[in-house]
Ligand binder design. Structure first.
Ligand code: ARG
Length: 597
């Protein structure tokens, strides 16, 4: 148990014994003692004065004496006005460290068979272009959130809904048909998602040219859009697709498969995965059905032109279109259908959608509609809404010049990590493969950490150069700290030292050592809080503080050169557990940590 909890419980018993009152939970929670005073934890006694009928000093004195006599973790105390500063017994700290050391999965709770089942949807790309920087933030958040929720004892299903049908993919298909000359990813030597993205861009180029020409002939922009032969062709293709035209369907399937092969590679490199992938082409008809069901139950209504709507004015929103007059579905319809399948496949208790904040309104509406349609998790669905991410001005524009491609970004990060690590001599003595592996781990670690340490709701700028600085609040700094500890442990092993075999009983702990143990002991509470408020950044910043604190300790104290074997073993144990918690914490962020670098 955490020391804060132990003291809080003991203080509750003290107040009960001394003044006969039951205190509200939370009123006895101690704080860390301020640096200028002696002690580790401080209780504020003001809430108990009414019951004690004594001055703050006298009340604190009384409670302090009670704790000293009855709580073995308390070794001494002092009183400053209404503040009771408690010195925790050194033996308590070393026991705490042993307890942490004994638990290989410290901080992680295992899910029981009847634990809540949470589905997280993340990534969810369209199939007309490759993944970009926005998707990177999405994927990192979704993956980390899944790991954090798992670590809190939940069962988690990771899903992805691929929007694989619609006008966007028809545009790429049409452009490929017209100007592709039968090119394939193999022939082009290109990833399939990139190839399709190129055709999407090509469509747009020709379409814009068409619009320009039509307007030069005297049409208004609206008229030009309506008259554009290319757009008409794309729409015709979509109708053919909906009608199940074999030729269009087989081209669609072939091209989507190219895209999936490309996505898979990006996901693999990024280190994210899914338990179940949904495809819009398989869910949108279910959505249509569900909407018609709602129509029968009077939850939806039909307009004269045949379109189907939901009236959300009672909820303070407006009217929402669900089926067009020609019977085709909209984005929302698909989400209703997917919801039905999700629930059919898994008896989920909670649904979390990781989707950018430009879709806040969509999810507000979806929640209301699902609730009306009888989904028990609809009302409390979580839209994990995150902000935009950009690169600093002038950095690495992708081939289209607008968005930053995910694959290019990863290449760039790994290349930068290779250069920086080589410059700092961190790759000296490595084989070529080792150097490559370290560069990969460091490059991706820099990218992931920089994005995840930020509050997800905030818009942010990803700064590649800053992210890879070995001395800042960065992934590489933390990774390096881990590698440094591993190196100490290797040297200890080479010298034949196994801290677990040494005699226990180092009670002469320094402030820095106690503070590090206290920091380690906080980890489970940080994991719990990160799960409660859905916050990978809480974990990121915790791990950074831990690494920073360890580095100060490492700088100030000798470990292997310490002559007292008990003290040396204690410091090795402390180091090993800092490394363990760093590794677990970074694992919750989806970031690998190297053993050497
Ligand atoms: N594919 C969509 C887009 O790129 C995002 C899908 C989000 N998820 C959902 N269930 N609507 O905008």
């Amino acid at each position: 148990m955490k020391i804060e909890q132990i003291i809080s419980d003991a203080a509750g018993r003290a107040v009960k014994a001394l003044y006969g009152i039951d205190v509200a939970p939370g009123t006895t929670t101690p704080q860390k003692t301020k640096k200028e005073f002696e002690g580790n934890l401080t209780l504020v006694v003001f809430p108990f004065l009414k019951a004690s009928h004594k001055a703050p000093e006298a009340t604190a004195q009384e409670i302090g004496e009670y704790l000293l006599a009855n709580e073995p973790a308390v070794a001494a105390f002092n009183v400053i006005k209404g503040f009771l500063n408690l010195v925790i017994a050194p033996s308590f700290w070393s026991e705490m460290l042993h307890h942490i050391d004994d638990d290989a999965n410290f901080g992680i709770r295992k899910a029981s068979a009847d634990a809540p089942l949470i589905m997280i949807e993340y990534s969810s790309p369209n199939t007309n272009k490759p993944l970009h920087l926005g998707h990177v933030r999405n994927n990192l958040l979704g993956y980390s959130l899944s790991e954090i929720l798992k670590a809190n004892g939940n069962r988690v299903v990771k899903t992805n809904i691929v929007n694989d049908r619609g006008i966007h993919i028809c545009k790429s298909m049409l452009a490929w048909q017209k100007w592709g000359n039968g090119i394939t990813p193999e022939k082009a030597g290109k990833k399939g998602d990139h190839l399709i993205g190129d055709f999407y861009v090509l469509f747009d180029k020709h379409y814009k040219q068409e619009l320009k020409e039509l307007q030069e002939q005297g049409m208004t922009p609206e008229e030009a859009e309506a008259a554009s032969p290319l757009m008409q062709e794309a729409r015709a293709m979509l109708r053919k697709w909906e009608a199940g035209d074999p030729e269009v369907r087989s081209m669609w399937e072939m091209m989507n498969n190219w895209v999936y092969a490309g996505f898979d590679e990006t996901y693999r490199r990024l280190g994210v995965d899914f338990d179940k992938i949904y495809y819009e082409s398989q869910t949108y008809l279910e959505g249509k059905e569900k909407v018609l069901e709602g129509l029968e139950k009077g939850i939806m209504y039909r307009k004269e032109d045949g379109s189907v709507w939901a009236d959300l004015t009672a909820e303070g929103l407006d009217h929402k279109l669900l089926l067009r007059s020609d019977g085709t579905s909209v984005y929302m319809t698909q989400d209703i259908g997917t919801a039905k399948l999700r629930f059919k496949d898994y008896p989920i208790d909670k649904m979390i959608y990781v989707v950018g904040n430009e879709q806040n309104y969509h999810f507000q509406v979806l929640s209301i509609l699902l609730d009306k349609l009888g989904f028990k998790w609809g009302k409390d669905l979580v839209h994990f809404s995150y902000g935009m991410v950009e690169l600093p001005e002038g950095k690495m524009k992708s081939r289209e010049g607008t968005v930053v491609d995910a694959d290019d970004l990863m290449d760039e990060m790994i290349a930068t990590a290779r250069e920086t690590s080589a410059e700092l001599g961190k790759l000296d003595g490595c084989t070529a493969e080792e150097a490559e592996e370290i560069s990969r781990i460091v490059g991706l670690g820099a990218l992931k950490y920089f994005i995840l340490k930020v509050d997800p709701r905030k818009n942010m700028t990803f700064n590649p150069k800053e992210s890879i600085d070995f001395n800042g609040n960065t992934g590489p700094f933390i990774q390096y700290t881990h590698a440094r500890i591993c190196s100490v442990m290797r040297k200890a092993a080479e010298a034949g030292i196994d801290y677990r075999q040494e005699e226990r009983g180092n009670t002469d702990l320094s402030e820095k050592e106690i503070s590090l143990i206290q920091h380690l002991a906080d980890f489970p509470a940080v994991v719990a809080e990160a799960g409660r408020i859905y916050s990978p950044s809480l974990i990121a910043n915790y791990v950074y503080d831990l690494a920073k604190e360890y580095n100060q300790f490492y700088h100030d104290y000798s470990i292997l050169r310490e002559e007292n074997a008990t003290v040396r073993a204690f410091r090795l144990m402390l180091s090993a557990n800092v490394a363990k918690v760093i590794k677990t914490g970074m694992g919750l962020l989806g970031i690998e940590v190297p053993d050497r670098m």
